[in-house]
Design a protein around this ligand. Sequence first.
Ligand code: NAD
Ligand code: TYD
Length: 340
Amino acid sequence: MKVIVTGGAGFIGSAFVRMAIGETDMHVVNLDKLTYAGNLENLTSIEKDPRYRFVEGDICDAALVDSLMAEEKPDAMVHFAAESHVDRSILSPEPVIQTNLRGTFTLLEGARKHRLKRFVHVSTDEVYGSLEAPLEADENYPLNPSSPYSASKAGSDLLARSYFVTYKMPVLITRASNNYGPYHFPEKLIPLMISNALEDRPLPVYGDGQQVRDWLYVDDHCRGILAVLRGGREGQIYNIGGNRSLPNLDVVHKVLAITGKPESLIQYVTDRPGHDRRYALSSEKLMRETSWRPLMDFETGLGRTIDWYRTNSAWVARVRSGAYRTYYEKNYGNREAVSS
Ligand code: NAD
Ligand code: TYD
């Protein structure tokens, strides 16, 4: 099977490419624009493999998508490429609209023209919005996104589904919970807290820190996507969760315990606008239809992730230089320290 992977230089996309090349016989063409979040260092372990090709380019570039599909004649596409961060989408919504909506549309059109046999659209549980405990979203739960990021993902999900309904295109949609693991850009909660803790910097907790997320180890997510790619039913949506819900503050305490750093590093700061209180989803459908299960226990996965950040301090230093500092100042500089 030959697969075009979009966004394969990012956090989850690169884990998927490493898995597809390392553990299957797939051929992978990675189409990635190399935004601030795309990093070819994430792929050095497989970059020389004859089954792998990298193409630098924008998923919004219809001519490029068309010529790549004509040239490569892929069997499938797994679409990860996105502007993926809620805080950045709040500071500047335009890129999420462009890449997540326009880009997904461009790929769907390319897939339609070239009669692609399988299109897996990678989405998120954030499209369901905030759920009161003890509710869990199944795939039929109404969409109720809160941020420009999650609204753009919900829009692209609906567009992808419309290509199945209208054009009978073989579209499948996955919605995963919060991922964590190695190579995670240090703007999201877990990698930010780990890299700040390792450098004895303050850990900025939004609001009261009691917001709940379900945590999924990135390789469990990638195995779930492989299961959907191989065995999912066309036109279906599949939730992929880690079955491990935790308030943010508990996650931060675990990071401090494993890194051996003091609680005094925690700094409560002004909350994120429109902050979703709780995400929760059921992966019952994927488990019923395939042999997929989330395998990584959270404490083990977090320990491994922290070890990776300790060992890869040069990777962290490189991605935290330059434009990252400007972003950090913009996002955190205006946040008042509520207490510490
Ligand atoms: P990421 O930000 O780490 O990586 C995104 C990748 O897409 C980067 O390599 C970037 O260069 C590339 N990209 C961005 N715009 C592009 C464009 N216009 N053309 C081509 N490439 C472009 O993201 P991630 O965390 O790996 O997330 C991947 C996907 O998984 C996204 O669709 C996201 O919505 C979804 N998702 C993420 C999570 C999570 O916890 N991170 C959870 C569920 C779903
Ligand atoms: P994040 O990793 O941005 O993922 P998402 O908002 O897409 O779920 O944030 C996870 C949770 O952590 C969310 O409730 C916001 C919170 N958070 C902080 O408290 N401080 C931070 O510096 C960041 C980045 C997130």
